[in-house]
Design a protein around this ligand. Sequence first.
Ligand code: WTA
Length: 648
Amino acid sequence: MSQSIESVLTEKRVFKPSREFSKQAKIKNFAEYKKLYDESIKNPEKFWGKQAAELLWNKKWTKVLDWKAPFAKWFVGGKLNVSENCLDRHLNGPRRNKAAIIWEGEPGEKRTLTYHQLHREVCIFANILKRNGVKKGDRVLIYLPHIPEAAIAMLACTRIGAIHTVVFGGFSAESIKDRLADSGATCVVTADGSYRRGQAVTLKQNVDRALEGNTAVKRVIVFRRANMDIHITEGRDVWWHREADYVTADCPPVPLDSEHPLFILYTSGSTGKPKGILHTTGGYLLGSLLTTKYVFDIREEDIYWCTADVGWITGHSYVVYGPLALGATSLMYEGAPNWPQSDRFWDIIARYGVNIFYTAPTAIRSFIKWGDEWPAKHDLSSLRLLGTVGEPINPEAWMWFYEKIGGGRCPISDTWWQTETGAHMITPIPGATPLKPGTATLPFFGIDAAIVDDNGKEVGPNEGGKLVIRKPWPSMLRTIYGDKARYKKQYWSEVKGCYFTGDGARRDKDGYFWIVGRIDDVLNVAGHRLGTAEVESALVAHEAVAEAAVVGRPDEIKGQGVVAFVTLKTGIKATEDLSEKLRKHVGAVIGPIAKPDEIRFAEALPKTRSGKIMRRLLKQIAAGNAVTGDTTTLEDFSVLAKLRASDE
Ligand code: WTA
């Protein structure tokens, strides 16, 4: 970590957008950005009220913001429908037959859905939901591969006012179970299976396991993707394609209150189980639409590709809602970037003529490792703009992306945001913002970001502190589903009057934000959030484990790797075999991304006299560094000595 801080502190390179790029961009120079930004901060309600005209409203709102901190209502009294905004409004003009979604399956199948076709599929599926008893306000859990049906199912929910909760296809049965219980979902949409690196992956089987003992779920709708043999529970499970025979393609969108819940998406926090982040209709849609428009500077004829899975917020906002609300063409690819070989992404870019490419630093670090020869084999000249998200990008990875993929001509939008923020918060505006490798640069319009010390006072240039947002914004989370108290405590109690992001950062003399990373007990593994407490709970649930402490350590590809310090119950032997079993166990409980890279057995964990595990020490040990700093509160010094000895 300290090395990367030093390298960014000395970062001097600045890349201005080319004149050619700026000339055609929506925001053409820095002065234009600054003027609009200043106005948006001086009078946010006026700004957002004006921008809300970008959406199609069935009934105009009467008040832009009702703010009873920390609870916000945006566009009060307004009514609209998300699927109508993403589909119907594009049907009466030249976009009708434009590609809305271009999809490629991992085995190589190709599908294009025009706006007309996508609209039709969404109406059919909305009717299937209705036919199966789903009503406005009901929760629908979606557990699908990265296929167009994921977008279709999400949009169908929005069409009838059902609330979706998408669970990433890589998560386990246990994770689905938790999310079903917390959301109270009554319907599950899944597929028989999917493909990953040539292997068929079971999905329906995980749903079956998650549903053991569940009485709330009345229907499971199964899409046939992988021609797998699956178990059908009569009276509960139905096939998507069979249901389609019973419904029409006529399903008018239901006008919904601007604050009607749109979706719940679970994400890791610093304690316990993942929390359900609740987003609502009007504000979220406005945020995803505006950022897609300005940050990706999409033109009518562009092919835009965001590589995220719909199971994450990036897939929600930048595969589905933002691009479709804007009437853009969104490309979806189902599988792994190195299947059948390490140039799959570059092959896709060349074959479809992708213009805008949005991916994650962890993927970029893998590309670098795989070698320059893979992108070099392909014509990437269609690319005009690049983007990254998920974690701080190392300046060297930024340079590689800029040169080897962007050919030195494409600006990079390094976008900082979170599941909770719904949309980009700190990001370059590509035609306007001079770029420096490694920084997400400056706040988006209407976003009042600041770095403060422990007392909430703004710090000076290059001083580190907590990243906070000082004003509400339309696409902010409204609450943690079913837990207002936790919402208040988690986000609005750390720094008075501000939304606390959980990230540490500093601003340089130009006001650019350099994100250092999480300062709470959340890890960022390959751009995915993982709570140390979640992994610890999974470990302790294993019969052999007495106690566990999980920390991150720097990892060249994943950003952070997971190291678990584990003490065993009396009489149980620490073996290689057990270590492998525990890794598998965590994979089964949470999902493969949570598997510890290393399990270290210890006789005891270092604790303070009050019994708190001293993670700081464990982090240093996990990273292979000498233990420094204050250890005077350590309860038993011999513990530390033993942990270090086991290291040698
Ligand atoms: C980190 C993903 C630096 C950050 C959209 C944040 C980033 C967490 C960036 C949210 C970036 C995301 N630069 N750090 N451009 N983007 N992060 O909820 O720590 O999965 O708090 O949302 O990822 O992760 P989440």
